[in-house]
Design a protein around this ligand. Sequence first.
Ligand code: HEM
Length: 276
Amino acid sequence: MTLGTCLWGWNKTRNSLVRSNGVKPMQVFGSACGVLVDAGSDTTAAYLLSLVLTLASHPQYQQRAWQELDAVVDSDRLPELNDITRVPFVRALIDEVLRLHPPFSMALPHATRDDIQIAHLTSYSSDAITNDPNNFEDSGLFKPERFLDSKFGTFPGMDTDFRDNYAFGGGRRICPGQYSVRRLINLVTMRLIWAFEFGEARNAQTNQVIPPNSGMEAFDNELICFPLPFTCNIKPRHPEIIREKFAGALSELEKYEVNLWKGDADKMEELRKRLL
Ligand code: HEM
């Protein structure tokens, strides 16, 4: 679809809503922007939480990702977007988190406005596709190597029409945010792994290890698939650089902090006191 067709379609929808329902154009624009925030925030947060839980419960994979990142990124800088081409294991790890825990696995049920003659797939579950044991060896296990052994993580040599993964849906209503969020996921995943060690937490009273559970039962089955609350221990690997970059980001963000909700304003003030 060209940008022209897309804008034409958007204009048509907006005009018909305004004419038929008396909705004001600004309300339509506001609601369209709200859709992007809704669609992009919980899904991204769910991916990041699944990643942290996975790292905390699979130290061997975290170790391998560090080795790869440390060989590519000097200890005096953060990973940058173009580093992703040089860290195949980290890319495999990202694909495997998205495969095993697709944040929006049931996608959106779609309806057709007109009668259709042949059956169309109007809704599907990415979970069912990417957890199918006919396509993936040990499909219920976290095994990032599968994406190194074959392009789509399926059984090696298998003839598929798979894409890299189905976490972003499929067909004409595929997630339009997928390309921008892929970049974000690549960058944030590399930075989280490079900057921190995620490990088992300990009970403050007994000092007993609390092993993080990353089995399927540790995830809820709501519309967006989040891990259930879990505890883990987070240790910075490069505290000076993290502090320096965080302080830089805080001052950069200051200009956007207008009309903050009091809780957020207090939080920002507390952060500044602690870090600057
Ligand atoms: C990890 C992050 C994300 C995941 C896993 C994800 C996944 C999905 C999925 C599975 C769908 C449904 C596709 C279908 O029904 O076939 C969808 C739709 C959508 N996504 Fe995303 N998404 C993510 C981030 C984003 C972001 C950052 C944006 C925008 C800034 C966005 C905007 C949308 C919109 C507008 C739709 C509705 C598309 C339509 O119905 O035509 N998503 N997303």
